[in-house]
Design a binder for this molecule. Sequence first.
Ligand SMILES: NC(=O)c1ccc[n+]([C@@H]2O[C@H](COP(=O)([O-])OP(=O)(O)OC[C@H]3O[C@@H](n4cnc5c(N)ncnc54)[C@H](O)[C@@H]3O)[C@@H](O)[C@H]2O)c1
Length: 327
Amino acid sequence: MTRHLGQEFLYLSHSDVTSCGLTMPEIIAALESMFREKGEGRVEMPPKIGVHTMPDAFLHAMPAFIPSQKAAGVKWVGGYPANSERGLPYITGLLILNDPETGVPTSLMDCTWITAQRTGAATAVAAKYLARPDSATVGILGCGVQGRSNLESLKTVFPLKKAFAYDTHFDGAARYAEEMSKQLEIEVVAVADPKQAVVQSDIVVTAGPILRKPHATIQPGWLAKGAFASLVDFDSYWHPAALHEADKFTTDDVPQLNHYRGIGYFQNIPPIYADLGELVTARKPGRQSPEERTMACNLGLALDDIAVAPLIYARALDRQIGTWLKL
Ligand SMILES: NC(=O)c1ccc[n+]([C@@H]2O[C@H](COP(=O)([O-])OP(=O)(O)OC[C@H]3O[C@@H](n4cnc5c(N)ncnc54)[C@H](O)[C@@H]3O)[C@@H](O)[C@H]2O)c1
């Protein structure tokens, strides 16, 4: 409950959000319970709508409601591939939380940290069901915000020993390797060839730019038998023949995938085996043998954000973080 419901709301800046100190295991647990609710059909989320002011860029409106968590709200998020040239993040935006009983806004918060962390957490939830439990090596292609949060989340679930980092800017991969090896206390090596980051890895995460027409760098035969891949940048990185090597290809929400198909993405992907809600509720089995190649193409759902934002809000109330503003 806000101090004065209907009169004030809590504004949380980027640094307010991060200083709430929500941990990756907490975020993974929140997403897994949300996907259980989704699998049981107890959530509401229309596919994203958006406007597109530049080629390969988006501004998306992402509303969701999770009754069991009394969580409702909307994220308004931009993704602009050319922002790095201006010293700006790829992903920026704001999230509004609403009181589900009155609809009144209770909080407005920066959503960049939530977007980074919940996307990493969604990879970890998918990997719990689809990757080999003994997975020890990870290939990261795209050493930016997502490259970081995805490796962090995987480290909380798997006995990781080594990661291979590839980025089109080698110095970025080298910086990433130095930073992440210290942060996670595993060996992280920068590699100069994307193939080196794929062929040696039990888990592969692709997190470069999302492109309507895939650059299709990853060729058939690169992803090892028994490996799991998380396609954070959709199918952009993968040659269609490499995608079709998957024994199980999953996503987080089929209607949303179909929506993207309708506007020109995902023109040559394998059939969808399951969504994440079906895996979490055991309606469909996840990995069934050590040899399977499995893939998760999580598109990123409003439900992910609305599962996490109330935890930030509650923590902020508890620790008296943020600024109260008049409605
Ligand atoms: N699926 C989801 O839920 C979800 C959520 C958030 C972001 N994303 C997507 O994840 C991607 C990465 O986002 P970010 O916030 O980490 O961006 P970022 O700008 O922080 O990092 C992107 C990195 O990729 C590198 N890069 C560019 N082209 C590359 C290539 N071909 N191979 C390897 N590296 C390459 C860049 O140099 C940069 O270091 C974006 O496409 C974004 O839209 C997906």
